[in-house]
Design a protein around this ligand. Structure first.
Ligand SMILES: *Cc1c(COP(=O)(O)O)cnc(C)c1O
Length: 410
């Protein structure tokens, strides 16, 4: 991939005076990765893609033939999926669903709606009755256990705006019972308790815990559950340490007693980051370099308004340097460093616009291009694109294995 990018960067710089600034998504890489995930997926389970990690239409289209469906968290996301398919299964979650969103969800045939509060449940019952349509729901539960894996991003196991507190399961079920003549059907439970967990053992234990909890509720409340949505949250690392071990995770599930008691119950997984993170590249040219108080800075065309992940997480984003032959029309020397530490910053007028602090580089000069790897998830989509009004990056897509760089298509 780096070789292909290198050739493509060279052709960009030959053709254009404009500094390189682009996202490249390797659609073929995403498809290969998902196929290898599906190969290991245990029986009784299905893989969905949470599009908020990267809702690019070409990515949704690339995943359409492979995944069981898509998880969306707003009506905007829902319509993006319906734009590519009228029939593909959709899971619709997220706190604060508006009445109009619930109504649209009903009209757009959402397969399972994740109910996040008692108010939402009551409204949905009214709306479904009015529309005379059946809505299948999963109750999203915030568990009362302190034993969930500890990760940077947590949505459950403590006070949280997400889902129903576990102590409200009984009340939710009795609301559904009181309205048993309506069109809202309880099919199961949804859990998405954390994000970016890199520990496969703990993740498998967490899923087993979900299954035990659901079994408990089934016997306690005399209900039959057909779906357990175990969420996403499989982690990606940005510091070179090992990422989530999917083969180990799926092996542990297959061996677990809980999994082998599932019977007809289906388990859903709905990852976002793990599916796309490694297959996006944010590619930007170095515009200026300067020494300030004994520290070198390289300013790139672009920055955190295109890729906010490093600012959001406070991490150093991994990158590779592509040394280029960018034409130099001036009489003075190009600024450059050799074997130095350089802090990589963007073009915004804020000290928060920092991609990497004190990166060790063998050589870097103005006109070189930095390829920020692992930029496929929560990078462009979470960024404040119009702050300062710089032009957006261009988007390119790699579509086939071994495709020559010249045919990377816009
Ligand atoms: C964001 C989100 C996901 C995807 O999370 P990742 O950490 O990207 O895997 C899945 N389910 C829900 C409900 C989410 O909010």
């Amino acid at each position: 991939m780096m070789e292909q990018l290198q050739e493509w960067i060279a052709s960009w710089q030959r053709e254009s005076q404009e500094p390189v600034c682009a996202y490249v998504y390797d659609l073929d890489g995403i498809q290969r990765h998902v196929r290898s995930m599906l190969d290991k997926l245990p029986a009784h389970s299905s893989l969905f893609y949470a599009i908020k990690a990267n809702p690019d239409k070409r990515i949704i289209l690339a995943l359409l033939p492979l995944v069981s469906g898509f998880e969306v968290a707003s009506i905007g996301e829902l319509l993006k999926v319906r734009d590519v398919s009228h029939t593909v299964p959709i899971l619709f979650g997220g706190p604060g669903k508006k009445d109009a969103e619930l109504d649209q969800a009903i009209l757009n045939n959402v397969t399972y709606l994740h109910v996040e509060s008692l108010l939402e449940l009551r409204k949905l019952i009214e709306l479904a009755k009015y529309r005379k349509r059946t809505v299948q729901v999963l109750l999203r539960i915030n568990l009362r256990t302190a034993d969930l894996p500890q990760t940077k991003i947590r949505m459950g196991g403590g006070p949280s705006p997400f889902g129903l507190d576990e102590t409200l399961v009984e009340e939710a079920i009795s609301i559904l019972r009181e309205n048993s003549n309506t069109h809202v059907k309880l099919c199961g439970f949804h859990f998405h308790s954390l994000s970016n967990n890199t520990n496969a053992e703990l993740h498998a234990e967490m899923v087993s815990y979900y299954v035990r909890k659901v079994e408990e509720w089934e016997s306690q409340y005399d209900i039959e559950v057909s779906v357990i949505n175990a969420g996403g949250g499989f982690g990606v690392t940005y510091d070179g340490s090992p990422g989530f071990d999917w083969p180990l995770f799926t092996r542990l599930l297959k061996q677990s007693e809980e999994w082998n008691r599932l019977g007809d119950t289906e388990v859903f997984f709905e990852p976002g980051r793990f599916i796309v993170a490694d297959h996006g590249y944010y590619v930007t040219e170095v515009i200026d370099m300067k020494l300030s108080h004994e520290q070198w800075f390289a300013v790139i065309r672009g920055g955190t308004h295109h890729n906010r992940l490093p600012a959001s997480w406070g991490h150093d984003h991994p990158f590779r340097v592509v040394q280029t032959e960018r034409e130099w029309q001036y009489s003075w020397a190009k600024p450059m460093v050799v074997d130095s530490n350089v802090t990589i910053v963007g073009e915004l007028c804020t000290p928060k616009d920092r991609m990497h602090t004190d990166a060790q580089v063998p050589r870097l000069q103005v006109g070189d291009v930095l390829v920020f790897v692992k930029s496929g998830a929560y990078c462009w989509t979470i960024s404040h694109h119009d702050f300062l009004g710089h032009p957006h990056p261009t988007f390119y897509y790699l579509t086939e294995e071994g495709i020559p760089c010249a045919s990377i298509s816009k």
